[in-house]
Ligand binder design. Structure first.
Ligand code: F6P
Length: 466
């Protein structure tokens, strides 16, 4: 098994305690790392950590995790220009906004595309050097859309699968990208393409149908392009359920969750957790909480909204601007409603340790996860797994997870008033209804966990060569 991603699973960084090996955040790593720890193999990715090349061998390889090595990580060095144009530029200022339906945030620049091509070729050379014909090459995410084509040029019979971790937009959006055809032709050299939601598969098939070179068998969901067949299928990603529900840390967290509510002076606790990103709808959510306090003054000095934001992509302009807006909005709302004893919004801008994360999940009466657009939103599933039965989930209808978690209160996050009303509805919900909805979601999150996702994906992939 060869995994290829842009973000490496572990980076090495300098700290006061010396060089430490840090696990990367995000859905790709949390889903794939357990598989690699179990099966072993090779993971190829950009080595982005400050001390990555101090600890790697002369081939830029290192065994990870460093405390209990299970698989080999081959790091690819990127130059400053490559990072700026391929990663920050084309991946995060063109593809990321486009695939999340923020067309107006796309920054089209010739150099971005030039470097995207170059870095995809660079990855392909490394993959070709490390692989044999019958290896399973599993590529992830939007940074590497051209890779299947480049690998196939070097190894025509390569076994390639691709998992797409973000939404796939309708054709009318995809069409606005100048290089949409090249990208589609590139990814269609995979044998299998997985996406999180049914609607993304439908959109993908529609985009493929519009492609001049491709023919789509809509019943079987097979795309034929340049004499190559690609199966396209939905595989909704799950979480490692037991880590959140009954691990040692989880049991410990259950004891402390009560204290957290007392510490925050909250009788009603709402929780939002996101990576810093304009797609996550953090500003709208803060405004919705403000509207809730305006409409329901009886919840003053009772309700507290905890918003945890994990720093991410801070060198990119759009993210910096948004961070300032969040800071200001939190300050404005707390200044307007807060009293000496009560701070309505507890806001943390940092990556919090797992133990504290679990305490927050367990203590929260309401999980408020309202992205403007999100491939899946695993935080919603983590909340359901960790919370202990009376929690209410308010979930954006624009998160892939809303296809799985129908029992949540779904909201349109652009509708501030509706989101505010959903908070009230969650607080007012009768206990019996809360438990019914919650237990039904818990069952699904437990059953369709990360292992189930991997098993189904691999089964489908292996079927192709049987
Ligand atoms: O799928 C989206 C993704 O690539 C995930 O891996 C992760 O949630 C996030 O984006 C990480 O972003 P970055 O690698 O740019 O820090």
């Amino acid at each position: 098994m060869i995994i290829v991603t842009n973000r490496e699973p572990y980076s090495h960084e300098k700290t006061k305690k010396g060089i430490v090996c840090k696990k990367s955040i995000g859905g790709v790593v949390s889903a794939i790392d357990p598989l690699m720890q179990e099966r072993g193999g090779l993971w190829i990715a950009w080595g982005s950590g400050g001390e990555d090349y101090t600890v790697s061998n002369s081939n830029d390889e290192v065994l990870v995790p460093d405390d209990d090595p299970k698989y080999l990580l081959k790091r690819i060095k990127l130059t400053k220009d490559e990072i700026e144009n391929y990663y920050r530029g084309y991946s995060n200022r063109v593809l990321w906004p486009l695939f999340h339906l923020f067309v107006e945030k796309m920054h089209i620049k010739e150099d971005y595309w030039k470097y995207y091509l170059k870095v995809n070729e660079k990855f392909a050379k490394v993959v070709a050097n490390y692989s044999k014909e019958d290896d399973m090459i599993w590529i992830h995410d939007y940074h590497l859309m051209l890779l299947p084509d480049f690998i196939r040029k070097e190894i025509p019979k390569a076994r390639i699968a691709f998992f797409w971790h973000i939404p796939w937009p309708p054709w009318e959006i995809f069409d606005t990208l100048p290089q949409h055809e090249e990208l589609l032709n590139g990814i269609l050299k995979s044998d299998l393409i997985g996406l999180h939601a049914k609607s993304y598969v439908k959109n993908f098939a529609e985009c493929a149908m519009r492609n001049q070179n491709a023919k789509v068998d809509t019943k079987k969901c097979i795309v034929k392009c340049d004499n190559h067949k690609t199966k396209v299928k939905q595989f909704p990603l799950g979480i490692s359920y037991k880590d959140f529900s009954h691990s040692k840390e989880s049991l410990e967290a259950s004891k402390n969750a009560k204290n957290l509510k007392e510490l925050y002076e909250a009788t009603h606790l709402i929780l939002g957790i996101d990576r810093l990103d304009y797609t996550k709808g953090i500003l709208n959510r803060l405004k919705a909480f403000e509207a809730f306090l305006e409409d329901n003054p009886n919840y003053k000095k009772k309700a507290v909204f905890t918003q945890i934001v994990t720093p991410s992509r801070s060198e990119i302009k759009e993210y910096n601007i948004m961070k300032k807006e969040i800071d200001e909005t939190v300050g404005k709302i707390n200044g307007r409603f807060g009293t000496e004893e009560w701070t309505p919004i507890k806001y943390f801008y940092r990556k919090i340790p797992q133990q504290s994360l679990l305490e927050h999940y367990k203590a929260a009466d309401v999980g408020l996860l309202t992205p403007l657009r999100d491939g899946m939103n695993l935080v919603a599933k983590e909340y359901i797994a960790a919370n202990e039965e009376n929690g209410v989930l308010i979930l954006s209808e624009f998160a892939g997870a809303s296809e799985d978690l129908e029992e949540a209160i779904t909201v349109n996050p652009y509708d501030i008033k509706a989101t505010a009303n959903a908070i009230k509805k969650a607080f007012d919900m009768p206990l019996e209804e809360k438990q019914k909805r919650f237990n039904s979601m818990k069952k699904k999150v437990k059953k369709r966990d990360a292992k189930w996702w991997i098993k189904n994906f691999l089964k489908e992939w292996e079927k192709i060569y049987a």
